[in-house]
Structure formats: C-alpha cells, structure tokens
Design a protein. Structure first.
Length: 276
C-alpha cells in the first residue's frame, strides 16, 4: 500500500473533498470538451492516494464536477469583469484551487473551510499569494460572515461567494440561515453561487456511487425555486444552470420531463444576487 504523508482521516462530509479533486485530476481525458485544466489536482491527489479511500470512477459524477467547475469559474470571471479587484470567497473550499483561474492581477480570493480541512490543505498546496488567503469557517455558525471578515456595510464593494458540493449536506434550516445571512449582510450586487440537488435526493446518498463511500448524507434538496429567495426580501434568483446538459441523449430526452414532474432540475448551479 502506498500512503501519502497527508492521507489522514477526515470526518464524513469533509472527506467528500476527494471526489471533485479526483474528477478534476482525471476528467479532462474522459471529457476533453469539458476540460478544466487544473494544474494542481493530479499532484495533490497523488499525495493523498491510499488504499483506504476509493476514488470516484463513475463518468456521470466526473462530468458533473467538470461542468459545475466551469460554471462557477465563468460566473466568478464575469463578476470580476464587472467589479475589478473584488473579493471572491470559496465557502467550503476543500482542496480546490480556483485562484489559478481567477487571478486577474487585481482580485482577492479567500479559501475557507473547517480546521481539519485547512490543516490538510496547508500541507498539500503551495504558499498562498498575497491576494489569496485561507480562513477557518463553520458555515453552520451564525457568525460565519464575521468569521470571513466580509463587508459590514451594504454600500461596500460587492463580493462573490460560492459554495461547491456543500449545501446538500446541511439541514434545510441551516441552508435557509446561510441564505438569510447573505441577504441581510451582503453589499448590493453581491452574488452567492451554489450547486443543489432536487428534493428527491434527500436521504439517498447511499445510491450515489461516489458519495456512499464517505458516510455523508444528503440532507437538503431544492423543492421550489421560491425557496431560494424566501429567506430574505433582498434575495433575487439571478440564474439557474443545469449541470448535466450535454452529457448525452438520455439526459437531453428525459430532463424536460423530470423538470416538469419535480418542479426543479435534478441538479443545477444557482446564483443569488443581493438587491438594494
């Protein structure tokens, strides 16, 4: 058995960070049209690879992670074009490295996660850039906005927040609290982007070929679009982006029917904006 020096035990939800890392390391070869060209993923994965952790090999999951990576990246890049020098925060960053794509010479980026994840991250990723910092974060805490040192005034420069593969592991009450805090605190024009499964996924993590090995469980899934803006009157749904479009004809054929019966996409990236 080959065990990297950093192959430490993570608790259930943090351990899911291996899934997007592995997908970005191997996915470009499987889906060249969705390539993300992550310069760090393969090297990090090699350091933490060991026999106790199965790595995802289901093509659907890998495609979805590449697609959502491209979506989060493009949303952040578009935001930075409108707000040069703005701050970007990855809530629950795991071992992802978006700064490689978002460093435009002006932007400031914060990668934030639980202490156990950041301890691993500091071992595996190179020293941070002066405009790139790490912060400990518990997204379920009522003061998570303050933990990140985010603006206290609505008239401040807008910020771009995104959280990838995180909210589905929180309870509905915790997710609503995150949305409410963003709606209450965020400067006008700020964006919160995130991915979400539909309500049908709740309690069914064992059926997911990659997540079931981690012991994590899906606790929240979207039932109605209105649920995204209900937590605060300043919230506006700026965009809905179905993640799995382009994977093949079965999805293309059945996705409209599923959307009709379920009311929301099976899996999508959403962007909320803070209004006046």
């Amino acid at each position: 058995m080959t065990t990297g020096k950093s192959a430490r035990k993570l608790s259930a939800v943090p351990s899911t960070l291996r899934i997007p890392l592995a997908a970005r390391a191997s996915g470009d070869a499987l889906f060249p049209q969705m390539a993300v060209r992550d310069a760090y993923a393969a090297g990090i994965l090699e350091q933490i690879r060991d026999d106790d952790h199965a790595l995802p090999d289901d093509r659907t999951t890998i495609y979805g992670i590449l697609a959502r990576t491209r979506r989060f990246r493009s949303l952040a890049q578009d935001f930075l074009k409108l707000h040069p020098g703005a701050r970007v925060v990855n809530l629950g960053c795991g071992l992802s490295h978006y700064f490689q794509w978002l460093d435009d010479g002006k932007s400031r980026m914060t990668d934030a996660d639980l202490p156990e994840v950041l301890a691993l991250r500091r071992e595996l990723l190179p020293d941070t850039h002066p405009r790139h910092d790490l912060r400990e974060l518990d997204l379920t805490a009522p003061d998570w906005w303050e933990q990140l040192g985010l603006p206290r005034k609505r008239q401040a420069q807008p910020v771009f927040l995104f959280t990838e593969g995180v909210l589905m592991y929180l309870t509905p009450e915790q997710v609503n609290a995150v949305f409410a805090t963003f709606g209450e605190r965020a400067p006008q024009g700020s964006v919160l982007a995130f991915d979400a499964m539909c309500w049908l996924a709740v309690g069914r993590a064992r059926q997911h070929p990659s997540v079931r090995a981690t012991g994590a469980e899906f606790q929240w899934g979207l039932r109605r679009y209105e649920d995204l803006t209900q937590p605060h009157p300043r919230l506006h749904l700026d965009g809905t982006y179905r993640v799995m479009e382009g994977i093949g004809w079965p999805y293309t054929l059945f996705a409209p029917m599923v959307l009709f019966f379920l009311g929301v996409p099976i899996y999508a990236v959403y962007a909320l904006r803070a209004k006046d």
